[in-house]
Design a protein around this ligand. Sequence first.
Ligand code: F55
Length: 835
Amino acid sequence: ELAQVPSEQRAAWEKYTVPEGNDVDSIARSIVHHTTTTLARTPYNMDDFGGYQATAHSVRDKLIQDWNETQQYHTIKDPKRVYYLSLEFLLGRAMDNALLARGLKEPYTEATKQLGFKIEDLLEEERDAALGNGGLGRLAACYMDSLATLDYPAWGYGLRYTYGIFQQKIVDGYQNEVPDYWLTYDNPWELPRLDISIEVPFYGHVSKYSDENGRTRHKWEAGEIVQAVAYDVPIPGFDTNNTINIRFWSSKPRKEFDLAYFNSGDYNRAVEDQKKAENITSVLYPNDNHMVGKELRLKQQYFWVCASLHDIIRRFKKTDRPWSEFPDQVAIQLNDTHPTLAVPELMRVLVDLEGLEWDEAWNITTRTFGFTNHTVLPEALEKWSVPMLEHLLPRHLQIIFDINLFFLQTVEKTFPNDRDLLATVSIIEESQPQSVRMAFLAVIASHKVNGVAALHSQIIKDTIFAPFIKVLGPDRFTNKTNGITPRRWLHQANPDLSNLIAKKLGSFKFLKELSLLDGLSKYANDEAFQKEWMDIKYKNKVRLTNLIKERTGIEVNPNALFDIQVKRIHEYKRQFMNILGVIHRYANLKKMNAAQRKAVVPRVVIFGGKAAPGYYIAKLVIKLINSVGEKVNNDKDIGDLLKVVFIPDYNVSVAEVIIPANDISQHISTAGTEASGTSNMKFVLNGGLILGTVDGANIEIYEEIGDDQIFLFGARSEQVEDLRHVQRYRNVPMNPELQAVIHLIENGTFGESHIFQPLINTITVGKDYYLISVDFGSYLESNELVDEAFKDKKAWAQKSILCTARMGKFSSDRAIKEYAEDIWNIDPVPVPDKK
Ligand code: F55
C-alpha cells in the first residue's frame, strides 16, 4: 500500500542515504546544524536551553533511524506483537536514557563540551514527561524499557495529555497545584503523525436491521465524532537496535467542517464544539488509587481505546489473515481496568462491523486480552454508571449486558439455583442507578488475570475475585511480581555505583542480566571495597544535600542517616505514622541530657510526594510534615540530630537524585493495602535498607535480601480485618506513646492545633481504618533497631552491598519475560545491524 520510489530514482535515494557518524565531529556538526536550522539560532545567541534543544534534536535523528529500521523489520517478519494499553506512562526525561541506551554518552559529552556546554547542565534543561500519577504509570515506563531491551515486538498506547500531573508548590506549608503545560517549547521526543488519524464516535443511538442472511444486526449511529491523531514516542532498547513505539493519541476536531452548523449559520456553536473535542486529551486525572466517575474521564477512556484498537486492527488486516488468527498475532494487555472498554469495542467490531458470530467473536476476544490488577482498595475499583454509559456509548452498554447475560447463563448451568452467586459475579451492580463493575468485565474477558506481587495476587483471589475462582477455575489467575529497569534506576541515576560494579564484575552485563549482581556478595566484607562503596554513597548524599538546600533552604548533614519516604501521599501509605514517629523522636531528644545526646544517631527524615488536589486529609499530612519541620529544624537544641525535610514536586527526575542517596527507605502501608510498591526495589538496588511492613513486594524483597537487611514490623495482612473490628467496636486504650505525640500536636507545639484536628480524628474517633495506633509501638521499636544498626559502620556497609547484590529478581526484564512467556506468548525479534 506504500507508494514506492520508481526504480530510476532509487539509486539516488541510496546514494544520498548517508548514515550519520557517531564520532565527535559528526555529532558536533549535527548539533550546530540543528541550532541554525531547527532552532533558527546562532552561536551568538545560545544558552543551555538552546544547547539542550539542539542536542535533543540530534539524538532524536538517531532514534528515528533505529525506529524506522525496527518498524520495517517487524512489518516484514510480522510476528505476534504485544500491545500495552496504559492511560499513564510516567517516562521522565528521555535524553540521558537515549544516550546511554545507544552508547553515545561519551561522544555527546565531548561534542557538547567542544561547543562550550556541560552535558549535565543540558540534561537538566529537559522537562519531565509526567503523563502519570505514580507507581502504575512508572511501571508502564519500566516495562516499555524492558520490552525494547529484550527485543520484543511491542507497542504502547496512551493519551497525549496537554497537561501532565500538576507541579506541586509548597506555600506556607500547604500544597498548591500548578498546571503542567509541558509542551510549551515543543517536544523533540515525539513524532507527530498527522497522517494517522482515526474517527472516534460518541453518543447517538443504535438501530437494528436484517442482513442479507436474515440475521439481526446492530448499527450505532454516532451523535458526535472526534478525531484521534497519533504522536509517536520512540523507546530505545539498551545496547540493541530494537526501538519500539508508544503511540499517544491527541484529540482534534474533525477535519470536515460540520455541515449542520455551517448550514444553520451557527458559527459560534461550531467553534465551541471544536474546543470540546480538543478538551478530551487536555488533562491527566490527578488521582492515584481513587476513581472519579466523571463523564470526561469515560470519554478519555473510550477515545483512547477506540483509536488504539482500530490502529491494531488496521495493522492486522494488512496481512490478509482470517479473524481466527487474530489472537495468534495480537496480545493486548489491560493496565488496570482503565482500558476495559476495549472488550466491548472489539466485540462490536467483530460482530457489528465484521459480521462474525457472537461465540467466535467472544473466543477471539478472550484469547486476546490479559488484565493486570493493581489495587484492592474499594475506592479505586472502577464502576461506571449505567445511564452515563448508555448515553455516551449506547451500543457498548448493550454488548456489556449481553456479555453478562451469556456469562451468567454458563454460571447458572454449573451452579443451578444459586441466586446469590449470580448476584455476586454479575458485571452489573444493582445499585441506584445500576453500575458496571469494570474489573469483573476485565476478568471475564481475559485469559489471564494477574496481580503485581505474590501477596497481592493471593489477596485478589481470596477477596475481590474469590467467587471467580469457583466459577472460572484457578488457572485464570496468576502472579507477576513487578520489576524496575536497572538502566534508569541504577546506571543512569547512580553512574558512579554502576561503574564501580562494572569494574568489580568485569563488565556492564549485569545491566541486562541483573542476577549477575550476586557476584558482589563475595566482596561485601572486603574493607577496601566497602570504602569505595560508601564513598559513592556519601557523594550521592552530598548531591541530595545540595538539592535539598536549593529547593527548601534547609541545610542537612550528609553524615546523618538519610531516612526517606517518597511516594504519593495517601492514608494507606501512612506518611502520617512516619511524621508521628518523628515527633516522638523529637520529644525524646528534648528530654535527653548532653551525654545521652552524644550517643544519638543523627537522622534526616525526608518526605516527598503529591496529594490528589481534592484529597483533604492527604494535604493536611503535607502541612503537618512542614509544620513539624519548621519547629524541629529551627530548634537550636537539636541541631543536626534531627532534620525533617519535605522535598517539593517529587517526580521521576527528582527521584533519580533522591534514591541513590538513601541509607534507609520507608514502605509502611497497612498490611494488605499496597499491591506491590516499586520504589522499594529502586531504593534497595541503590544499596539502601528497608523499614517496612509485611506488605506487597516488601515480602519478596525480604526473601531475597535476608532479614539482616530489612526491618519489618506491624500487623500481618491476615490480622487486619479482625484488628479493624476490634478498633471499631472495643474500647482499646491508645498506645501511650502515640497518645503523647497527639497531645503535643494538640497543645500547639507545631502551630495552631485546630488545623490538624480532622487529621487526628482519623485515628482517634473510633475508626483508625489504617491501624496506625495498632502498629505504632512496633514501628518505634524498629526505628530504634535502625539506629543501633547504623552505629556499626562496617556492618552497615556490608548490608548495603548485600542489598544491591541480591536484587536480581526485581529487574523489569524478569517480569517482562514472565509476561511474554506465560501470558502473551510472544518471542523476541532481534533487529539486525544496518549493513
Ligand atoms: C490511577 C488512577 C486510578 Cl482510577 C486508579 C489507580 C491509579 C494509580 O495510579 N494506581 C497505582 O499507581 N497503583 C500502584 O501500581 C503499582 C504498580 O503495580 C503498585 O506497585 C502499587 O502498589 C499500586 O498502588
